[in-house]
Design a protein around this ligand. Structure first.
Ligand SMILES: Nc1ncnc2c1ncn2[C@@H]1O[C@H](COP(=O)(O)OP(=O)(O)O)[C@@H](O)[C@H]1O
Ligand SMILES: [Mg+2]
Length: 351
């Protein structure tokens, strides 16, 4: 079965929304204490606490640093100070378990991939009534933090370098029939040497040859493609490409473009080619605008084609192995035919 985003299920079903509005709404989860031992890993400190998971710096049994991600959605599970096992009310058990399964899926999907620009997953295990994912610990900062610090002063050359490399990672994701579906600067990590790493595959799902569940996908307004709001059958690499375009736009603007659903009704987004005319090369700005096209068929159709658009001749050596025949070709053809049919209907109205 295809499992769409866990966060989608938590955000979009009435039940958890009610849960948040009622007694568990304002709860804050407590991280496991420093020094805590779990399955041979020792927690050093908490790195991040979100509404959905906690990320820790930990040591593995050989003393190596790892990042440990703990599934703990605060709308469903509460860990009180001084306690280890979270409390899950009986009525939230099903949602919690469904989310747990999705979190496992994320780990499983990632564990299959091995690429320098995709976060490496070493292990995942169950403990404390929840589930943990063990990842390579990366040192650096997210692109979001980088943007905040350098607002409006990130060079085109730097961005081309980052995104050309990042797209090497995204190509591996896509060639495994997976889509990230939540690409945004806070899910792009920059190592100390500025090599980019894709993190947070919470929305990643195998989307080819699978039945679609009733759940809606998760999305981050501004970065989510129009397909996130509409027909999920149209999801493809082009949907991640939209988010890449929105991330590049954010690097220049300091804030994301307007949400795609708003743009579809009334598009107030200023084109990059206009907004930064004369400040950056026309070629680069046009590439960003192409990614942000509302019609998915007009965007670069693969990470590789965007890479070629972004790479200057000197950077071509950063593009990894030539593209294998894309697993998405069939789907693109299918969508192209569908689009043609719609177009025909528009062009030749029935008398
Ligand atoms: N492998 C890692 N190495 C170092 N820090 C990480 C790693 N994975 C996540 N983080 C940190 O934790 C934060 C949250 O992780 P993320 O996977 O995006 O979870 P979520 O957004 O669901 O809370 C990231 O922004 C980053 O700062
Ligand atoms: Mg994240």
């Amino acid at each position: 079965m295809r499992l769409y985003s866990l966060r989608a299920s938590l955000d979009n079903t009435d039940f958890p929304r009610r849960a948040r509005q009622q007694n568990m709404g304002q709860q804050a989860n407590t991280a496991l204490p420093d020094g805590f031992q779990i399955e041979g890993y020792t927690i050093i400190r908490q790195i991040s606490i979100g509404g959905f998971s906690i990320v820790y710096l930990a040591k593995d049994p050989s003393g190596q640093n790892v990042a440990l991600k703990e599934y703990l959605p605060n709308s469903l599970a509460l860990r009180r100070r001084g306690e280890i096992t979270p409390i899950i009310k009986p009525e939230y058990q099903d949602s919690f378990r469904y989310g747990l399964k999705c979190f496992f899926e994320e780990g499983r999907a990632l564990a299959r991939l091995s690429h320098p620009n995709v976060v490496r997953v070493f292990n995942f295990f169950r403990a404390n009534e929840t589930v943990y994912m063990v990842m390579q610990y990366e040192q650096g900062r997210t692109l979001q933090e980088f943007i905040k610090k350098h607002k409006g002063h990130i060079s085109e050359r730097f961005l081309r370098g980052i995104f050309v490399r990042l797209l090497n990672g995204l190509r591996v994701v896509h060639s495994n029939k997976l889509l990230h579906l939540d690409l945004k600067p806070s899910n792009i990590y920059l190592r100390q040497d500025n090599t980019p790493v894709l993190i947070d595959f919470g929305a990643v799902r195998q989307v080819l040859h699978t039945d679609s569940p009733v759940l809606k996908p998760m999305y981050t307004p501004g970065f989510a493609s129009p397909e996130h709001y509409g027909d999920r059958k149209n999801f493809g690499p082009w949907s991640d490409i939209y988010s890449i375009g929105a991330s590049l736009y954010t690097c220049l603007a300091g804030s994301p473009p307007p949400p795609a659903d708003e743009r579809q009704t009334r598009d107030t987004m200023q084109l990059a080619a206009k907004r930064w005319e004369g400040k950056h090369s026309e070629h680069f700005l046009n590439a960003i605008d192409d990614c942000l096209k509302l019609n998915h068929l007009l965007r670069p159709q693969s990470a590789y084609s965007l890479q070629k658009m972004l790479a200057e001749s000197t950077e071509l050596s950063d593009i990894s192995v030539p593209p294998e025949k894309s697993v998405w070709d069939g789907k693109r053809l299918e969508l192209g035919q569908k689009f043609e049919k719609i177009l025909k209907r528009i062009k030749s109205p029935t008398p």
